[in-house]
Design a protein around this ligand. Structure first.
Ligand code: GAL
Length: 403
């Protein structure tokens, strides 16, 4: 019996039931991937059914955790937090990082399946590149939790845990407008705001990451009215997602594109007021390029407003020093906790709690999702939100490196 036929029905009912049934098959049934459930509940109208086993569901199961890269602190933190949480709950964890290299990630996942993983938690590099791995997982009855980035074009994605990616984009757009004096932090227009025109430039994330479009759309929905009325001008004319995307979220590629923009569009001395950046690594590349032509070095000294995302320690230091304007804090501890909860729920035959069952269509199906909230960080709330929550210590903020 395979959940991937789409015919299996979980007798407990509710959202996420296919995932739950898959896990029951893969894990609680014992014997690793593809093992059958021990007991069947009554069939309903010709649909296959599986039963939930009670007891120590999940105990001793193996969870494969595939993370994209170690070049960004957030993914190291994510990987470690998920591993710790799952181990604390009695699972054995196979944690792998893929150096942002697609073949490395596909091999790692293939290996996890071969080694008998009972559940997979995957943060993909390219959301469309894992089809054969997901087909294999589906065939073996191994449930897949898509972690932070939605895996696309495959039915064997059982649950999605992330932050509200569209609202991340809205928060980035709002932070940019706030830095330019156009809105309050909550997005309320400022009464005597500058009329402009002020020049801005736009950066987006990696086009193969489903999140990048959500971030860009959220940000553009927020700032487009100011472009339409002429207060903001994208002087390069590069406003389409494909023109502003940054493959693999690369800091170096972002620095290079910013340098090119400065020499092609701003060499005549026109002022650049702000840059929309979707990720702290990209922000640091942009800032290096801006400082490289003598802007700043701080915002007070004329550095353009640059947004960000992830509250990476190197960027928190820059924000604290009035160099980067903002970042979006996605508390990876909460994401990891939620993922552990989802794995446990599935293991125990409980439907994971979803708070979004509409927005994350992966091209084949709408994946039930749990989306967490985010907080915009400026210099003056680092103390409360970042240090106060224990995410980074004051010492780390000062040093700009994690201890
Ligand atoms: C996205 C993620 C962001 C950021 C980016 C670059 O998928 O949602 O928070 O980490 O990747 O790593």
């Amino acid at each position: 019996m395979k959940v991937s036929t789409g015919k299996t029905k979980f007798w407990a009912g509710g959202a996420g039931v296919l995932a739950a049934s898959a896990l029951v098959l893969a894990g609680c049934g014992g014997g690793g991937a593809g093992a059958g459930a021990k007991e069947e509940a009554p069939a309903e109208s010709g649909e296959e059914t599986v039963a939930v086993e009670g007891g120590d569901c999940g105990e001793g199961m193996v969870v494969g955790v595939a993370m994209p890269t170690q070049t960004s602190e957030r993914w190291i933190a994510d990987g470690n937090a998920v591993k710790e949480g799952l181990e604390g709950a009695g699972y054995t964890v196979d944690l792998q990082f893929a150096n942002d290299d697609i073949p490395t990630q596909t091999q790692q996942i293939d290996q996890m399946i071969t080694n008998g993983a009972n559940v997979l938690v995957i943060a993909s590099i390219d959301g469309t590149a894992l089809s054969s791995q997901l087909d294999a997982a589906g065939a073996a009855g191994i449930p897949v939790v898509s972690y932070d980035r939605l895996i696309r074009d495959n039915e064997n994605v059982d649950f999605y845990v992330s932050f509200d990616n569209y609202l991340v984009g809205v928060a980035q757009g709002t932070a940019l407008l706030h830095g330019l004096g156009l809105v309050e932090r909550d997005g309320t227009p400022v009464a005597d705001a500058p009329k402009g025109p002020m020049n801005i430039e736009l950066f987006a994330g990696s086009a193969d990451d489903n999140n990048a479009g959500f971030f860009f759309n959220g940000a553009m929905d927020t700032i487009q009215p100011y472009i339409d009325e002429g207060t903001l001008v994208v002087k390069s004319g590069q406003t389409a997602f494909d023109q502003v995307a940054t493959l693999r979220w690369s800091q170096e590629a972002a620095q290079k594109r910013m340098e090119d923009l400065l020499s092609s569009t701003y060499a005549d001395g026109s002022e650049l007021a702000g840059v929309l950046s979707p990720f702290d690594g990209i922000s640091r590349g942009i800032i290096t390029a801006l400082q490289g032509v003598g802007l700043g070095p701080t915002i007070a000294e004329g550095l353009p407003i640059v947004t960000g995302q992830d509250a990476e320690i190197a960027s928190i230091k820059l924000i604290n020093e009035d160099i980067q304007q903002s970042t979006i804090f996605k508390d990876t501890r909460k994401l990891a906790d939620r993922s552990v909860q989802v794995v446990q729920d599935l293991a125990c035959g409980v439907s994971p709690e979803a708070n979004n069952t509409e927005d994350y269509d992966n091209g084949v199906k709408v994946v039930p999702s749990y989306l967490l909230d985010v907080v915009t960080i400026y210099k003056d709330n680092i103390e409360q939100e970042i240090v106060g929550s224990g995410y980074w210590t004051a010492e780390e903020v000062e040093a700009g490196v994690s201890k």
